[in-house]
Structures are given as structure tokens and as C-alpha cells.
Design a protein. Structure first.
Length: 69
């Protein structure tokens, strides 16, 4: 799938690895990474699934992650 600039896409990013999580977090949470999925408008001209891209959310925030949808 090729996404084009301005297309509505979803990205994925690991915010914190399991080693970076706070010690007071419950064990079942502490053992997995903190992940984030963000939808927004693609900033790059074109991109393929798996590419690292930047999106602009509806609130104007720019977020970078791996293109998944």
C-alpha cells in the first residue's frame, strides 16, 4: 500500500521500553513496552507500510512513527 501526502494514516511508536518503565508500575504492566498508535494526515509525499513517517493530527500535533495503516 502506498500512502500519499495528506492521506489519513495510522502510525505506531514505542514510547518507553519495558526497561524504561517506572518501578512503581504494576508487574504485568512493567513487563511490556508503553506503545502508542496515532492517526493523522501524512506529511511526507509518499510512504509505504513500515516506513518511518510524520503525521499531523487534527489538533495540529506532529508525531513520528512507523506507518501501519
Amino acid at each position: 500500500m502506498t500512502a500519499k501526502k495528506g492521506g489519513w494514516v495510522r502510525i505506531y511508536d514505542v514510547v518507553l521500553t519495558s526497561e524504561e518503565r517506572a518501578p512503581q508500575v504494576p508487574d504485568d504492566t512493567k513487563n511490556v513496552p508503553l506503545e502508542r498508535w496515532v492517526t493523522g494526515l501524512l506529511v511526507e509525499d509518499t510512504a509505504e507500510i513500515g516506513d518511518k513517517v510524520t503525521v499531523e493530527t487534527l489538533t495540529g500535533r506532529k508525531v513520528t512513527g512507523e506507518l501501519v495503516e
